[in-house]
Design a protein. Sequence first.
Length: 376
Amino acid sequence: MADVTKRDYYEVLGVPRDAGEADLKRAYRRLALENHPDKKPGDAEAEERFKEASEAYEVLSDPDRRARYDQFGHEGVRHGGFRDAASVFSSFGDLFEQLFGGRAVGGTPRGSSLRIDIEVPFGDVAQGAERTISLKRLVPCETCKSSGSADGRAPERCTTCDGQGAILRNTGFFAMREVCPHCGGEGRRVTKPCTTCRGEGKVPGRRDIEVRIPQGIYDGATLRIPGEGEPGVRGAPPGDLHVRLHVGPHPLFRRSSDDPADLLVDVPVPVSKAWLGGQVEVPTLDGTVQVDLDPATPPGATVRVRGGGLPRFQQGGRGHVWARIQYDVPKKPSRKLKRALEALRDVEGTEPGPARRAFEDLVREHRQNGDQRDRS
Ligand SMILES: [Zn+2]
Ligand SMILES: [Zn+2]
């Protein structure tokens, strides 16, 4: 019976048909890490890809089965496939030990990693800071000291699988290795479960966790705090906590998208100062500095204040402040200002600047072309 829905194993792993052992392993490692159920909990599609890649790797990494697959296709290596992520782990114990630091048959599953998002005030990024976050998560059970046993006794070896965590099932063609249904793959069983944690060794609780905000960290960065994820089952190693930082706004500055240590600020200046030149006050992270403005500074021109920005993340040194000059336009000018502007109007019409001259030339040309268009 041909299974037409099954994808070609080489295609699944994205490797050529003559790929070597190392290439296969590298491809599988990448896919497994990408779609690992710990990374994407509850993502059914990712789990499906994970299983598919695992099945492809299981076949292609075995020279005999690979040869059969090359000759006969999926029919040559027919097996049940992986029903769930746990049965993948049971077949790839060693490899997963390398990949994920151990969640394999014969061991208690390590705790899953957690991800949280926190808001960080802009000032914390400028100074660096220590924050305490209070996190609701599972914590080790105090009653049984994480053992899961009511009497404090260590879990006993599972008799169904003889401590192996897996059993062999005969499918008719092949003997398949399967997760032991009795102990769930651990190889050990709690005989008298702790009533507080129902034998899991962990209970819902709350933890205060210290998070160090590094100076100059960029918005959206994720900090990894080892061991602060969920505790493992019955004292197995915990997962990690991933803290994603959302940096709050600053009332004056925006961070540059080119260099997050650089700060942008709009500085409105009186029009006469932009025309005639003079000093303007520009804010920096430390206070303000006086900056000389050239005569005839157009609106939108930028002035750089070296070293006035944020500390560079992990590099040392500081970013710059880029002051963008804006013309200040009073909405309701006083009578005095109005008179001055009217006097300006009488002369400025006859003294265009370079931008206006270039623009008026182009407009004139455009109008003449328009005249020709109308005639044709
Ligand atoms: Zn307990
Ligand atoms: Zn068992």
